[in-house]
Structures are given as structure tokens and as C-alpha cells.
Design a protein around this ligand. Structure first.
Ligand code: AMP
Ligand code: MG
Length: 487
């Protein structure tokens, strides 16, 4: 029975085959007693994987890498990366494996990848493991991002390994099974560039074009077009993060994808009160990856990508610089356009709203938020209620009522569209206090709060009875929130 269920999916090993210089065939560490904590049934079905099979003993072993399905060649991927501005020539998957690629129901080729599956040759001093809390955090936040229509890696399952892992004390170990358009990163191209093997760099870029930007193959300069496509995808992605108040926390070049999907949910968070300087990572002492810095840091990372790609853009690297700089110069405009268009939608102002007046209203809304403290998510959701005529909830949040009322009068004169607002301003995001509550209960063996949180954030725009507390701001005693990198 299980064999039949599994055989509906054939794994491929394209990355392992076509980019073997960047792939170290490897095996997952044996999990002593794997126990499935959460499975994404819908995603499993989209991949053609039978959820019933994935719940079976063999299926659970597949999800921790201990049963290698037909066609799969598990590999650890090599990559380099700038971490907090400093270059590391060799990072790679220290605790993760690419199991292989599968084709989903829509015909899209996707990576199935395991995180926390044991030490690899790239592990350096690390133990190769991951623990239940942070893997469930990635599961919740990535699925919330997907439901918010933000490009992201997806989460298929979290399995507790049954092994105790040494962290700040001892914590239960876990493996996350995640799905992505690919795991190609800016750091992948940096690694290939540093090998001085031009043919490898070209093969990797061609692989990225084939996988993500096939139109680039027909461009006059396919590699410049590839670079331009990544610039556009990242400008759009980071604008979407900013619009929902998401702080990634560790935007190193090894954590920035070529596909434009959000990847590597470590010390990430949705901000509660609006704060441009919001940082949640305990190791980001300088605030490099603070909320308001994210667009600038994305641009900085893309400059590192350009450097890695120069020899592809022109055989004479001197001549490659000018076009690469020109393409990179487009980032700011694309970002601003995506952000301000998104902000206007958040205010219920459609494309044909008088654009100067709409821009002034966006500036005014930011000034109100800065005057704070105002819960970012709730402010916009309550503005939707104001657009329907009930100004009380949002007026109850702001400090300077006179300034708000003057702003609101100008705003209402433009006839904000409440339905548009409710379709872009989420009621439910994975708020820090709710995530902590769910993770600590799950670590103690109670999965009910996690399931309820997933239920709320899985459908973030439709307010539903019974989920009221998921739409509320953080309790006042919640305090300063910090997440940790030693995940
Ligand atoms: P991150 O900042 O979490 O994306 O990780 C940066 C690098 O550290 C990557 O090369 C990871 O594979 C590696 N790494 C993180 N945690 C561990 C661990 N516990 N064991 C081995 N490698 C790790
Ligand atoms: Mg990473």
C-alpha cells in the first residue's frame, strides 16, 4: 500500500546531476524515534504526495531523510555568503539536504529540502541539528507569508526526531521539510564565481534562467536579463515585506534567493508597534537588518550578486560594470513603486485616485504611525472599519487625535474602498506573543495552540468568530521580543 502511495511521485536529482560541483551527496542522520508534529496536507497533495502515506512510518522516515525515495539523490549544497557584511567563502548546507526535485500538480518543478537532518561536510562547528521551536516557527511564519501572497519557501512538515539537542539547555530535536522554487541563493553564484571556473558559473546561471526566468534565455544579454529579473523580484519581495511589517532578521547573501522567494526564517518577526528601527535578532547588535534598512540591504546584496555575475555579463569585465550598475540603479524606483502602490491599496485608494493627494495621504499615515506607538497591523485593519463609517477603533489607537482627524477628513474625501482594504490588510499575522505561546506549548507536547494559530494565519484576510484574540495587539506586559540565531 505504502509503495503504491509513494510511487505517485517521482523525484528528480537535477541539481545533483547538473551542478555536481555544488552538490555533495550525503545522508541524513538517523532519527531515533521520529514523530510527525505537523503536516501540510494541502501542499502534500499539490506535490502529488499522499498525506496518508506521509503519516505512515515510512512516510515519516522520508520526511527526516531516513527513507530515500526512488529517484532522489540527497545532497548538501555548497554556497558562499556575506554575513553581516563580512564575506565567508564557504558556507553551504551545514545541517540541511536537498532531497531532490518534484513536479507539482501545476507542472512546476520544486525542491524538497530537509533542515535539521544532521551534520554535513559544511557543518563546521555546528551539530547539524535543529530544534522543535524554531522549525515550527519557520513552518508557521512561512505558511502565513504564503497566505499573505508573499513569495516564500513553503513548509511541508515538521517531525520531532526523538533526539535531545544541546542548545541553551537541552531541547527536542526536529527536522523541517520545506519546499521551494529552488534553493539557489545569491551566495550560490558567489561561490561559483570564487571557484574561477567560468564554465561552472555559466552553467549555474543557465540553470537559474531555466528554472526561474526562462524569458531571459532569449534576451540580447541573457545574464544581464537574469540579473535584472532578480533585481525586480527582490524589489517586489522586500516591498511586500515592508507592507506587512515583516522583519527578516538575517538578510545575509546566503539567505537571499535568486527566485525572489523569502527564505530562512530564523530571527524573523512581524512588528507589533510601528518602529522603523525594529530588530528582533539577538545577534544583530548594530541593527543592520532593522525593519527600515531592509530595502537598502537588499540593494547591497544585489550589488554582491552583480559582482559575482560580471564575467557572464561581458567577457571584458570592465565593460560589464556600466550595464550592471544601470540595472541595479533600477532597484530603488521599482521598490518605491511597489511600496507606494501597496500603501495606497492599504489605504483603500485605487490606482485612479488622484495620485498626488494619495501620496500625501500615505506620507500622513506614516507620520501618524511614527507618532505612535501604534500597532501596525491593527491600525490598517481598523482603518478598514473607518472606511465603512466606524472611526472609533482607529481613533482609539492614535495619540494626536486632532492630527488624525484632519488626516482622516482628507482621506475620506477620496472615497476609500473598504473591500480593497480588507483584501490587503490582514486581520491575522503570526504575532510574536501568539507564536511564542504556540511554540512553547508544542515544545511541551501540546499542539492545539499551534493548530489554532495556523488556522488563523492560513486565511489572514477573513475575520472569523472565535479567532478574536488572534486579531488583537500584543498584551502590554509582553515586553521586548528577541529571537535567537542558534536555532
Ligand atoms: P543561517 O544564518 O541560519 O542561514 O546559517 C548560516 C550557515 O550556518 C549555513 O551554512 C548553515 O547551514 C549553518 N548552520 C546553522 N546552524 C547550524 C548547525 N546547527 N549545524 C551546522 N550548520 C549550521
Ligand atoms: Mg541560511
Amino acid at each position: 500500500m505504502t509503495a503504491a502511495a509513494e510511487s505517485t511521485v517521482t523525484f528528480d536529482g537535477r541539481f545533483a546531476r547538473e551542478l555536481s560541483e555544488l552538490a555533495v551527496p550525503w545522508q541524513a542522520e538517523e532519527a531515533p524515534s521520529p514523530e510527525l508534529l505537523v503536516l501540510n496536507d494541502r501542499l502534500a497533495r499539490d506535490l502529488g504526495l499522499d498525506p496518508g502515506y506521509l503519516r505512515s512510518p515510512e512516510g515519516v522516515r522520508l520526511l527526516v531523510g531516513n527513507h530515500v525515495p526512488a529517484g532522489a539523490t540527497p545532497v548538501a549544497q555548497a554556497y558562499a555568503g556575506h554575513q553581516f557584511g563580512g564575506y565567508s567563502p564557504l558556507l553551504g548546507d551545514g545541517r540541511a539536504l536537498l532531497l531532490g526535485e518534484v513536479t507539482d500538480k501545476g507542472g512546476r518543478l520544486l525542491d524538497l529540502h530537509l533542515k535539521g537532518s544532521g551534520r554535513t561536510p559544511f557543518a563546521r562547528a555546528g551539530d547539524g541539528r535543529a530544534v522543535v521551536g524554531p522549525m515550527l516557527r519557520e513552518y508557521v511564519v512561512s505558511e502565513a507569508m504564503h497566505a499573505l501572497h508573499i513569495p516564500t519557501t513553503r513548509s511541508l512538515a515538521v517531525v520531532a526526531t526523538g533526539r535531545q539537542v544541546r542548545r541553551d539547555g537541552v531541547l527536542p530535536g526536529a527536522v523541517l521539510a520545506r519546499v521551494a522554487g529552488s534553493h539557489l541563493r545569491v551566495g550560490s553564484l558567489q561561490y561559483a564565481r570564487a571557484t574561477e571556473n567560468f564554465e561552472l558559473l555559466k552553467r549555474l546561471a543557465d540553470f537559474a534562467i531555466g528554472r526561474h526566468y526562462p524569458h531571459a534565455a532569449g534576451a540580447p544579454n541573457p545574464y544581464l536579463e537574469l540579473f535584472a529579473s532578480v533585481v525586480s523580484a527582490q524589489a517586489d519581495l522586500v516591498a511586500r515585506w515592508m507592507l506587512v511589517g515583516f522583519v527578516h532578521g538575517v538578510m545575509n547573501t546566503d539567505n537571499m534567493t535568486i527566485s525572489g522567494e523569502t527564505i530562512d526564517y530564523g530571527p524573523c518577526a512581524f512588528m507589533d508597534a510601528f518602529n522603523p528601527a525594529a530588530v528582533y535578532s539577538s545577534i544583530d547588535v548594530s541593527g543592520r537588518y532593522a525593519y527600515a534598512n531592509q530595502p537598502v540591504l537588499a540593494e547591497w546584496n544585489l550589488a554582491r550578486l552583480a559582482e559575482a555575475m560580471l564575467p557572464l555579463i561581458d567577457g571584458d569585465q570592465e565593460k560589464a560594470v556600466a550595464p550592471a550598475v544601470e540595472v541595479l540603479g533600477g532597484f530603488r524606483g521599482q521598490y518605491s513603486q511597489a511600496w507606494s502602490g501597496g500603501m495606497k491599496a492599504k489605504l483603500g485608494l485605487s490606482g485612479d485616485a488622484d495620485s498626488d493627494a494619495a501620496s500625501a495621504l500615505v506620507d500622513g499615515a506614516i507620520a501618524i504611525l511614527k507618532d505612535g506607538p501604534v500597532d501596525y497591523t491593527l491600525f490598517f485593519r481598523n482603518l478598514g472599519k473607518a472606511a465603512r463609517g466606524d472611526l472609533r477603533p482607529v481613533r482609539g489607537m492614535v495619540r494626536d487625535l486632532a492630527a488624525f482627524d484632519a488626516w482622516a477628513e482628507r482621506w475620506q474625501a477620496l472615497g476609500p474602498d473598504a473591500e480593497l482594504m480588507d483584501s490587503v490588510n490582514p486581520a491575522y499575522v503570526p504575532r510574536n506573543h501568539l507564536v511564542e505561546e504556540a511554540l512553547s506549548a508544542a515544545t511541551d507536547g501540546n499542539l492545539a495552540p499551534l493548530q489554532q494559530l495556523l488556522e488563523a494565519v492560513g486565511s489572514p484576510f477573513a475575520e472569523r468568530p472565535g479567532l478574536e484574540r488572534y486579531a488583537e495587539g500584543a498584551p502590554e506586559d509582553f515586553g521586548t521580543y528577541m529571537t535567537f540565531c542558534g536555532t
